[in-house]
Design a protein around this ligand. Structure first.
Ligand code: MTE
Length: 326
């Protein structure tokens, strides 16, 4: 459908303001005291002092961070400065541009309940703070590669998805995990865009969810998760394109049917279920051979499985007929 094709995030990125210019513009507006004023030609998301100040102050999990770093997961590049990674986002619930950080402050992250249902021993609802008490929190440095061919390196805090599986107790007949983001168009104006199939849905196989790299994330840079990055609970799957890393999760269901994801519904031939990073398999409309590092603007070669092959390549043995890299 034409309207959907034109609204794919990649088109925005292709014409995106370079981050340095974006950050300067943001700082300038702030210095000029424009606050949350709507300025013609710019989005309302820019330069709200109040929103920045409010960022972490109300998060009751603030005392849990920083958590101990797990040294097992190493980076081959410097960490991205948070002034970029916390302000250059994809979160379509709050708009299809990158500068949604201020708009995302409208999301209320307490109380926040996660529903666990489907093929489990016993369905469960758990509040985020109770979940945090039960889970083994740690910090991991991961590369983060978007399908749009940009990348970051981020210190995420959270817990292995395998620990979440142990809590949820899926039945042996369950084959997939389906996850869903909140649905509330009164705070997330993007959800008024009826041509998108809200709520955002993502899915992985049980084997992928149990892989040691699959990480449920609750913080970054030694602090609770900023709302714009998916507070209070998101997924991070560093060997897959970023759209698999669903934000602000409210429901986790176990099923024997492959979940139909948000982007599959929008444009399945371009954003499939598997979406594993591979420089040799171009996106139908652009190359995936290299990526632009956010912050430095350096172009670097993309690695198969985003460099995590030793951890995950075996998951796909025998799945050669699947479109593993779209
Ligand atoms: N989750 C939800 N609910 N909504 C979104 O629009 N965007 C995805 C993913 N998770 C998205 C989402 C995409 S396309 C990417 S690249 C990453 O979030 C971006 O994460 P970041 O903003 O923390 O870099």
């Amino acid at each position: 459908m034409l309207i959907r094709r034109n609204r794919g995030w990649e088109l925005r990125e292709a014409a995106a303001t370079p981050e340095a210019v974006f950050m300067e513009r943001r700082a300038l507006l702030k210095a000029m005291g424009f606050g949350a004023l709507l300025i013609p030609g710019m989005t309302a998301a820019i330069a709200s002092d109040a929103a920045e100040d409010a960022k972490d102050s109300t998060d009751p999990s603030a005392g849990l961070y920083p958590v101990k770093r797990n040294p097992h997961y190493k980076l081959d590049r410097p960490l991205t400065d948070p002034k970029y990674s916390e302000y250059y986002n994809n979160f379509y619930e709050f708009g299809s541009e990158k500068d949604i950080a201020d708009a995302a402050q409208a999301l209320k992250i307490r109380p926040w309940t996660i529903k666990i249902d489907g093929m489990v021993e016993k369905p469960l609802e758990i509040g985020i703070d109770d979940l945090l008490k039960k889970m083994p929190l740690e910090e991991r440095l991961y590369r983060h590669r978007c399908v749009e061919a940009w990348s970051m390196a981020v210190p995420w805090s959270g817990f292995p998805m395998s620990a979440f599986l142990a809590l949820a107790k899926p039945l042996s007949s369950a084959k997939y995990v389906r996850m869903e983001t909140f649905l509330d168009a009164s705070v997330a104006s993007g959800q008024k865009q009826f041509w998108y199939p809200w709520p955002y849905v993502e899915g992985v196989t049980i084997a992928e969810a149990g892989n040691e790299l699959a990480f449920m994330v609750t913080g970054m840079y030694g602090k609770p998760m900023p709302k714009q990055d998916g507070a209070p609970l998101r997924l991070v799957l560093p060997w897959k394109y970023g759209f698999k890393s669903i934000k602000s999760i409210v429901r986790v269901s176990f099923t024997d049917k492959q979940p139909v994801t948000f982007w599959q519904t929008v444009q399945g031939d371009e954003y499939g279920f598997w979406a594993n990073v591979n420089p040799e398999v171009p996106h139908p409309r652009w190359s995936q051979e290299t990526e632009r590092e956010i912050g430095t603007d350096k172009r670097v070669p993309t690695l198969k499985w985003n460099g995590y092959g030793e951890f995950v390549a075996h998951l796909y043995d025998g799945l050669g007929n699947e479109k593993l890299f779209i």
